[in-house]
Ligand binder design. Structure first.
Ligand code: GDP
Length: 364
């Protein structure tokens, strides 16, 4: 008997057999074929035509860690290189709350008034945790996000700062090949990421706030030295006088620095991103700088230096990865580390032994 409840002992309860349930998957539905990955040539063709969907897919490929994606990505970048470079690249940095999003929204609209196309990219060292959602999030730049000539892309999220920065730099090339002639690279003001942004832009704009009178203490000298322009945001309402005072303090501090290689003495200005006051003046300054360094040859010099820098960065990164991912090295690394910690080996001997192991393994 199938159901004990149907036995004579039970009264009043009958359990019917029930019917077979249909499968929850529609058997007539054809499996969607997996989308074929475009070839490098197809990517390049789409990018050069200015196809935003293809550009986005190419950027995703650049950001991918899969080796086969990287092979295509590198080919696409190389083929896009001849179409790139005709742009101005601006780095924009400031601590959280300085008003970067608000400012980039109005700065972006301002530069687009002249025509052309704007790409907003980001380098966010914390994005590994936040999955790149903090910087470049479209909702933060409401007007730009819906502008037909803008392209906003969050920070690549995977890997080391060096890796993230390299991907952003490669994305710049793709964007330029797609006709984006203004590039903003945004970063949070925390130190290392500024150096990365500085190494890929023509002008580095530092957004500051008027604080409690000790503005200069919190900001590292190195970051100030990188800035081609310092702008004090939120120069509006009650804050106007304090912003002006902060500007004077920054100006005085900058006087103590030697003139940068560009020959351009960094300027300090106040503005209000929120109320759109002084935005034109900020951009007049940026354009004045670009004209100045194009005339004296520094513009090209800086870009060449950056290309050189990235060549070495790329070598360093790949050598490091190759070394640390080597199974022989991995097997020995902790042991040597312990020996160093216990004072049984000097750092140099331990390093040499690991490097020897690596080079021996390469010969095999
Ligand atoms: P981010 O973290 O640097 O991207 O800064 P946000 O653009 O998100 O701005 C942080 C806060 O400052 C927001 O509440 C903005 O509304 C405000 N804010 C930004 N720009 C200005 C400004 O020019 N004046 C004033 N008063 N507030 C501003």
């Amino acid at each position: 008997m199938e159901h004990p409840e149907n036995s004579e002992a039970y009264k009043g309860l009958v359990v019917n057999k029930g019917i077979e349930q249909p499968s929850s998957v529609n058997p007539y539905l054809k499996r969607k074929p997996k989308k074929r990955l475009l070839s490098a040539a197809e990517f390049v063709e789409g990018i050069v035509k200015g196809d935003i969907t293809i550009l986005s897919q190419a950027v995703t490929l650049v950001e991918s860690v899969k080796p086969d994606h990287q092979v295509i990505a590198q080919e696409v970048i190389e083929k896009c290189l001849p179409y790139s470079g005709d742009s101005i690249r601006i780095g924009i940095s400031g601590v959280p709350g300085a008003g970067k999003s608000t400012s980039i929204d109005v700065f972006g609209l301002h530069v687009l008034e002249k025509g052309g196309k704007l790409a907003v990219l980001a380098i966010d060292p914390s994005s590994e945790r936040s999955k790149g959602s903090i910087l470049g999030d479209k909702t933060r730049m409401e007007q730009l996000a819906v502008h037909p000539n803008s392209f906003i892309r969050p920070s690549p999220s995977a890997g080391s700062l060096g890796g993230v920065a390299r991907k952003t730099r490669e994305t710049i090339i793709l964007c330029e090949a797609a006709g984006f002639n203004k590039i903003f690279v945004e970063t949070v003001g925390v130190g290392q990421s500024e150096i990365a942004v500085h190494s890929m832009v023509d002008f580095f704009l530092l957004i500051q706030l008027a604080g409690t009178g000790d503005e200069l203490q919190g900001i590292k000298r190195g970051i100030m030295e990188m800035a081609d322009g310092i702008v004090i945001n939120k120069a509006d309402g009650d804050n106007l006088e304090r912003a002006k005072l902060a500007a004077t303090q920054f100006r005085n501090a900058l006087h103590l620095f030697p003139l940068p290689d560009s020959g351009w003495a960094p300027k300090v200005m106040t503005y209000s991103g929120f109320y759109n006051i002084g935005v034109k003046e900020v951009w007049d300054m940026v354009y004045e700088y670009i004209d100045f360094v194009k005339d004296n040859g520094y513009f090209e010099y800086r870009r060449n230096e950056q290309s050189k820098f990235w060549m070495y960065e790329s070598i360093n990164e790949q050598l490091r990865d190759s070394f640390y991912n080597n199974p022989q090295v991995e097997a020995l690394l902790r042991e040597r580390e312990q020996q160093v910690l216990q004072g049984n080996l000097t750092s140099f001997v331990a390093a040499k032994s690991l490097l020897d192991t690596y080079f021996e393994d390469l010969k095999k």
